[in-house]
Design a protein around this ligand. Structure first.
Ligand code: KG4
Ligand code: ZN
Length: 361
């Protein structure tokens, strides 16, 4: 099985070919990601119209390059999988329509993929994980804990009631005058800071409600910064380090709860695993916290290579393969309409405000 994947839901234009021969591990034959960060940096965030235009300009070339790199001719591809949501609708239209055109011209099936499903199934591509497992998705637009029970069978156990975690990093960076994207810059600046200087709140810590919250922490950071302004470089570093420590602590508390719930709901599961995905998974302090938590709880901690944690098309191609082999590609009819909002789990009630502000998925 060879599937061409296309991803255009936010500010990465990406295409990839993934193959599965049924006897050995899946293989990523090509994986091309073009980031638009430079085009958006001047605005301090992703501008949807600029993103959509940049996708239009780049996608043809990226698809061609992904096919050329893979060494597979379009005629030998089994299906085209494209992200159809959630995300910025302009980019989704570009990606899905391009995929539809290629599928029609080459007479191949088209599979519409939920971007979050791509993140959720990546650990099966990289580590061959068996269902069920737990996913922590921490990106610019999403902060969720999902029980991944099977292909198309996801249950959201927690989400953010306000900001996404990556968004909290980005807003904190902006507040402190650090450049976009904020997450990596906050982490870099925090390295020389004193994490004990500011006692920032640990939102939701100890709460019986399983969800996340970060806007109160952001406000606490603003108040602390305002109180000691003008800020020296040392002040900024201390605020970053204290913010990051608060985030790691709060995240650890929330994830710890989910690990306990997983044990209760899947008591027979030998070698349970927690998978992390999304751009915030690049953060070394956060990763170390999760690693330690998993070791204590007897979970395997799976952090796929960063290139496959952040937005990419290999995860979309892989989700296409998973759907094809599960006989679940047909439900994605060729007339699928892109959805800017598309929860992975139709059972859990939508959380007011969740995922609404972040541009990324
Ligand atoms: O997964 P991603 O590349 O895009 C999506 O949101 O789908 O995630 C981007 C987010 C941004 O908010 C960025 O600031 C954050 O991930 N991020 C980080 C780090 N690297 C990226 N946050 C904290 N520490 C990092 N090292
Ligand atoms: Zn994503």
């Amino acid at each position: 099985m060879r599937v061409l994947g296309i991803e255009t839901s936010c500010d990465e234009t990406a295409a990839s070919v993934v193959a599965l021969d049924g006897t050995s591990a899946p293989e990523i034959l090509s994986n091309i990601v073009l980031s638009q960060i430079e085009e958006h940096a001047a605005f301090g965030g992703v501008v949807p119209e600029i993103a959509a235009r940049a996708h239009v300009e780049a996608l043809d070339g990226i698809v061609e390059a992904a096919l050329a790199d893979s060494g597979v001719a379009l005629g030998d591809i089994d299906a085209i999988a494209a992200t159809a949501g959630p995300g910025l609708v302009g980019g989704l239209i570009v990606g899905l329509m391009t995929a539809r055109a290629i599928a029609a011209a080459a007479n191949k099936p088209l599979i519409a993929i939920n971007h979050l499903e791509g993140h959720a199934l990546t650990a099966r591509l990289t580590d061959g994980l068996d269902f069920p497992y737990l996913l922590l998705l921490v990106s610019g637009g999403h902060t969720q804990i999902v029980a991944v029970r099977g292909v198309g069978d996801y249950q959201r156990w927690a989400t953010t009631i306000d900001d996404a975690l990556g968004e909290a990093f980005d807003k904190t960076a902006k507040m402190l005058g650090l450049p976009y994207p904020g997450g990596p810059n906050v982490e870099k600046t925090a390295a020389s800071g004193n994490a004990a200087r500011f006692a920032f709140p640990r939102p939701m810590k100890g709460s019986a409600q399983p969800d996340f919250s970060f806007s109160g922490l952001k406000t606490a950071v603003r108040q602390a910064a305002t109180a000691i302004a003008p800020l020296s470089d040392e002040d900024v570093a201390d605020i970053c380090a204290s913010f990051q420590a608060a985030v790691a602590d709060a995240l650890g508390d929330r994830v710890g709860r989910a690990l306990n719930r997983f044990r209760q709901e899947f008591p027979g599961k030998a070698d349970p695993a927690l998978v992390v995905a999304g751009g915030v998974a690049a953060n070394v302090t956060i990763k170390a916290t999760l690693d330690k938590l998993c070791a204590q709880a007897g979970f395997t901690f799976v952090a796929p290579p960063l290139k496959l944690c952040t937005d990419n098309a290999a995860m979309i191609a892989w989700a296409g393969i998973e759907r094809l082999r599960a006989g679940m590609a047909e439900e994605n009819a060729a007339d699928f309409v892109p959805r800017s909002r598309w929860p992975l789990d139709s059972i859990s009630a939508p959380m007011v405000g969740s995922g609404r502000r972040g541009a990324k998925a």
